[in-house]
Design a protein. Structure first.
Length: 409
């Protein structure tokens, strides 16, 4: 008998979130409180009002989607604010069965005089570590009946920035006023890669990966080759936002030129019509070869259904999302939230949407869950990771068996 997949079952299953932005996942009541303390004006001072004006279920454009980040970043400018937001994000994950998360953020958006990128990473780690310690003191975890919670953080560089992004970016542009803009963006990425490696090596912080975000068109990944080469040589794992707002060739370049282990979004991967390189003649062959290339190398796609549905009109009907085609090609995929607050979603909701729109079975869910754990940038040794994945999947089978027994009774 097939297990009935319900929201309650999905919430109990052990899960990961490998693609979640800290500044897109602040609790709205926390945003209101921190904004009041910092004398920052919001469009509304109620949860309902901010849902109506900023954090919507549906957006007209990517620009509208990004509006909220200016507000959230404004209240994440000191250690106390960052620690609180990170702590609450971890708790929110724990409450829906997310046992491993990789929180990504751009430290340079939160720096100022006397508070640098490593200080930012230290504050975020403190909040996540506090939530981890509280969860792992639970009797069921201590007794070995439930897997523990753990996390890593991913430092996120920007393909593009201007003087309005932060005080760091304004000063950085001024210091390099005679350099071409693309060179300045590249240098800022390299600076962050160096900070991330130092935080990992000298501070012992669980900085597990390096990311690149921002507009793809006009800002190719190879501009940031030096930063990724540095991250690569210092044992940071790599993910890249690619193929979200540009063609599949962007994904290929992220893998071959930036050593990407995972790809954020990658929605254009199997779309030959999205190819923009005129030198590619056989477009159907190109996307099939690229899919095979990714499959052979176990490059995992961080899929964010709700976020893509909100920012790309082509996916308003979620059945048109390429996730189904990715599954048909048996690619390694992990379901993620992207931004819990901005997208008004949870990991449970992402899995539920995948079940409802793509007819996933329990076997499919198990495969996606295990990809999330196995392809994580786990902060401990490889043997510790294997043991952790095994514990989580044993717990998955236990929850599944209990659900099946309950449905039979």
């Amino acid at each position: 008998m097939e297990t009935l997949i319900t929201p309650e079952l999905i919430a109990k299953l052990p899960k990961t979130d490998l693609h979640v932005h800290l500044d897109g996942s602040i609790r709205i009541p926390t945003l209101i409180e921190l904004a009041r303390e910092a004398s920052i004006k919001l469009p509304s001072t109620t949860v309902e009002g901010l849902h109506d004006t900023v954090f919507k279920d549906h957006y007209q454009s990517l620009e509208e989607y990004l509006t909220g980040f200016g507000l959230t970043c404004a209240v994440m400018q000191n250690a106390e604010q960052l620690e609180r937001v990170a702590y609450e994000l971890a708790v929110d994950n724990q409450q829906e069965g997310v046992l491993y998360t990789e929180v990504r953020f751009a430290p340079q958006l939160h720096t100022h005089r006397g508070f640098d990128s490593i200080d930012v990473m230290r504050a975020v780690c403190a909040g996540l570590e506090r939530a981890k310690a509280e969860f792992n003191r639970r009797p069921e975890v201590q007794a070995g009946e439930h897997p523990p919670f753990t996390f890593g953080i991913i430092a996120c560089a920007m393909r593009y920035f201007n003087e309005h992004f932060s005080s760091f970016h304004r000063a950085f542009l001024q210091m390099h006023s005679y350099s071409p803009p693309e060179r300045v963006y590249a240098l800022a990425s390299l600076e962050l890669a160096q900070a991330a490696a130092q935080a990992r090596r000298e501070e012992g912080l669980p900085v597990v990966g390096f990311d690149l975000a921002g507009p793809e068109e006009g800002f190719p990944p190879q501009n940031h080759w030096e930063a990724y080469e540095y991250a690569h040589r210092h044992f940071l794992q790599k993910t890249v936002h690619a193929g979200e707002a540009f063609g599949p060739e962007s994904i290929f370049k992220a893998i071959t030129e930036l050593h990407a282990d995972r790809i954020g979004h990658g929605t254009s991967l199997l779309n030959p019509k999205a190819i923009q390189d005129p030198a590619i003649d056989d477009r159907e062959r190109y996307v099939e070869d690229l899919a095979q290339f990714i499959a052979n190398r176990r490059v995992t796609l961080e899929v964010c259904l709700t976020s893509n549905q909100q920012t790309n009109p082509a996916y308003r009907d979620l059945r048109d999302h390429p996730f189904g085609n990715m599954m048909a090609h048996r690619l390694s995929v992990s379901l993620c939230t992207d931004n819990r607050t901005v997208s008004n979603t949870t990991v449970t909701n992402e899995y539920l949407k995948a079940v409802e729109h793509f007819g996933l079975s329990m076997k499919d869910l198990k495969n996606i869950v295990v990809y999330g754990f196995k392809r994580s940038f786990f902060p401990e040794s490889y043997s510790a990771k294997r043991n952790y994945v095994r514990r989580c999947m044993i717990y998955f089978e236990k929850v599944e068996a209990e659900a099946l027994a309950a449905s039979d009774s």
